[in-house]
Design a protein around this ligand. Structure first.
Ligand code: HEC
Length: 129
């Protein structure tokens, strides 16, 4: 009875094939594996003072501050202070950038720059020596 054997075996073979395909399932498994991976810790360097933030600060300084202070902070145009000689710390500089100078010559940047951008440009200004 070879014919009977054949009839029984074929569905079984299909079932085995289906199970094998299902077990592989690479397309559905891959994203799950990636999502289950623990995220790398956020480096402390994400705060103002790290390389990327300083680069952003440098660009912001070139756009918003170099006009009066010079790219190196020493220009002193219209009475702008030489930033390389400033004794103001980050808090003092942040206040200055947010509110501008009392004389009104230096504009207030609050509203022009975000808090993060102000922190970045201040961090950069502190590197000017
Ligand atoms: C329109 C010109 C002008 C621009 C633009 C300008 N400043 Fe000034 N800045 C001044 C002047 C003028 C002073 C001095 C004000 C005073 O002492 O009354 C000053 C003072 C400062 C001081 C205080 C220094 C100290 O020791 O007293 C800091 C810090 C400073 N600027 C940072 C910046 C930064 C950062 C930017 C860009 C976001 C900027 N400034 C843009 C003109 C400018």
């Amino acid at each position: 009875m070879p014919r009977f054997y054949f009839v029984l075996t074929r569905p079984a073979a299909l079932l085995v094939a289906a199970l094998l395909l299902n077990a592989c399932g690479p397309a559905t498994d891959a994203p799950e594996t990636a999502a289950a991976k623990p995220l790398p810790p956020i480096p402390p360097a994400a705060a103002p003072g790290d390389g990327a933030a300083l680069a952003a600060g440098q660009a912001l300084f070139a756009q918003n501050c170099a006009l009066c202070h010079g790219a190196d902070g020493k220009l002193g145009l219209n009475g702008a202070r030489d930033l390389t000689k400033s004794n103001l710390n980050a808090t003092g500089r942040t206040y200055m950038v947010e509110h501008g100078s009392a004389s009104g010559v230096m504009p207030a940047f609050k509203g022009q720059l975000t808090d993060e951008q102000i922190a970045q440009v201040v961090a950069y200004s502190l590197t000017l020596k």
